[in-house]
Design a protein around this ligand. Structure first.
Ligand code: SF4
Ligand code: SF4
Length: 323
């Protein structure tokens, strides 16, 4: 942060504000992006699904950044990691990335309770590639169909007993994320690569240096035909750059795709991303319901959380319906 800029702010503020600024001054050097966002007139507010659902400025992108500096309380958790803000920001600032370091793990017990409900009634097995479903794949009833499909196409895959990639703990700033990350790295190092249904798990693994691919890379099209709509999961479109692949796959299956409002990188979040729906389920449901109304045909997607939120179907389920 430019010291002259800081001096100018100091000169023009009253004593109370000076004292507040003094508290946060040490954070300014590492937080230029956050400072820029704080000073922005909320240019991306129209794109933020959390603001749209909750209708209060406190949880809008720029105001959350300000709150993070001056308070750091509840509002910093009211964020999906959807990055619609970044997509619509001239400076390409990700509000969620900036807010994460102001979270202090205060909701870790809620995450524990949520994870403890995930059924673990499956057997580990060995193979060349690790199939890492991720917690939400179990919840979306996609684990068994995916195993069935991978077997059908002859992939030699392993399954481990690790269910969570650590994302929920990472998002709320809890130290347990590190334990999950190191377990995941250790397990993944035994295999040639990792396949996952969950775009968020793929992103986490890639950030950890693990060779991970989304399941879509392994799906083989079959002639089915019909009219459907495709929902782009935020992380898949914006962070994994998988926008064309699902459409090519669906076209190869003979589907006509009715695009909803907001597609591709300009997709609109389903509300079940990150931990927002674990912490604020009623608000997440408002986001999901708004998104569901934007479709005119059956919703097909490629993320277990989006499948649950939008009451849709996963790509792999389409393939298994065909005899
Ligand atoms: S993310 Fe960008 S556009 Fe949105 S409020 Fe922050 S600086 Fe402004
Ligand atoms: S990541 Fe999504 S929910 Fe969070 S501020 Fe940006 S647009 Fe809003």
């Amino acid at each position: 942060m430019n010291p002259r800029f800081l001096m100018r702010i100091f000169e023009r503020t009253d004593l109370k504000t000076k004292l507040r600024l003094a508290k946060v001054i040490t954070k300014l050097g590492s937080g230029d992006e956050l400072v820029k966002c704080m000073l922005c007139p909320n240019m991306c507010v129209f794109s933020c699904p959390v603001f749209d659902a909750e209708r209060r400025l406190t949880v809008s992108p720029s105001v959350k950044s300000r709150i993070a500096y001056f308070d750091g309380e509840e509002a910093v958790y009211h964020c999906l990691p959807c990055d619609a803000c970044k997509e619509n920001c001239k400076m390409e600032i990700s509000v969620n990335e900036n807010l994460r370091r102001f979270r202090n793990g205060k909701y870790a017990e809620k995450i524990d309770a949520w994870l403890s409900k995930i059924p673990r009634n499956f057997e580990e097995k060995e193979g060349k590639i690790l199939y890492f479903p991720g917690c939400r794949t179990f919840e979306a009833d996609l684990f068994k169909p995916t195993c069935e499909y991978l077997e059908k196409i002859g992939i030699d895959f392993a399954v481990s007993n690790l269910i969570c990639c650590g994302m929920p703990y990472y998002e709320i700033g809890d130290k347990r994320a590190k334990e999950h990350f190191s377990k995941l790295k250790k397990i993944a190092s035994k295999y040639d690569g990792v396949i996952s249904n969950c775009p968020h798990c793929v992103l986490v693994m890639r950030d950890l240096g693990i060779k991970a691919e989304h399941l879509i890379k392994f799906l083989q099209p079959k002639k089915i035909g019909g009219i459907i709509s495709y929902h782009d999961p935020c992380i898949m479109a914006r962070k994994l750059n998988l926008v064309e692949e699902p459409r090519k796959f669906l076209n190869a299956c003979g589907f006509e795709i009715l695009e909803p409002a907001f597609t591709g990188r300009q997709t609109s979040c389903c509300g079940y991303g990150g931990v927002y729906r674990i912490l604020y389920p009623e608000n997440a449901e408002i986001v999901a319901e708004r998104r569901r109304k934007q479709f005119e045909a059956e919703i097909i997607t490629a993320c277990p959380a989006c499948k649950i939120a939008l009451k849709g179907k996963d790509l792999v389920e389409l393939l298994l319906e065909v005899v």
